[in-house]
Design a binder for this molecule. Structure first.
Ligand code: DLZ
Length: 168
């Protein structure tokens, strides 16, 4: 089983003062996603991202997150986009279809656009498990998503590999 140490570090994050970050938030299970949003915003602000450079867009449910991410990233306007949602297992397999579609949509959008799109979607069996990951005993996955966004924005905009000489 993975330990908490497996999560990305929330310290020594890149300076975010030049970054523009979009956050798309699903309103399904809103008490959880609000907590994820707070964790993400706090991490971005603590890393120097200007409040004016954080745009938040709400969508009805997690299924709509990829569409929202595409909408908010507008060419050249975002260094990274964070998708926050909470999918809790129900009586049917609905949750599996939503989670699978969202993960696939977010990955495709990131690859096709070149803008990092971060998967900050909880997929839990119970509401308690979700609370544990939204500021509870397992930390705040919104904060971790923000950390991933900062790291990816840094890699993208300060990509040291592009400065390396290629060839002889
Ligand atoms: C319909 C639905 C269900 C059953 N469960 C969740 C959930 O646990 N988490 C979530 O974010 N959204 C859920 N939704 C809503 C879908 O994501 C979507 O908004 C609707 O199917 C409309 O496309």
């Amino acid at each position: 089983m993975a330990s908490r140490d497996a999560s990305p570090s929330l310290v020594n994050l890149p300076d975010g003062s030049s970054f523009k970050i979009g956050i798309v938030v699903s309103q399904w299970n809103a008490d959880i996603t609000d907590a994820l949003l707070k964790g993400a915003q706090d991490t971005l602000l603590q890393s120097g991202v200007l409040a004016d450079n954080i745009e938040v867009l709400y969508v009805p449910g997690s299924f709509e997150l990829p569409w929202g991410a595409r909408q908010i990233m507008k060419p050249g306007k975002r260094d990274a986009v964070i998708c926050l949602g909470c999918i809790i297992q129900g009586e049917t397999r609905h949750d599996e279809y939503i989670a699978s579609a969202v993960a696939s949509g977010i990955m495709q959008l990131g690859l096709m656009s070149g803008v990092p799109v971060i998967f900050g979607v909880l997929t839990t069996n119970t509401e308690e498990q979700a609370k544990d990951r939204a500021g509870g005993k397992h930390g705040n996955k919104g904060a971790e998503a923000a950390a991933a966004a900062l790291q990816m924005a840094y890699v993208r905009t300060g990509d040291s590999t592009t400065k390396k000489r290629i060839g002889y």
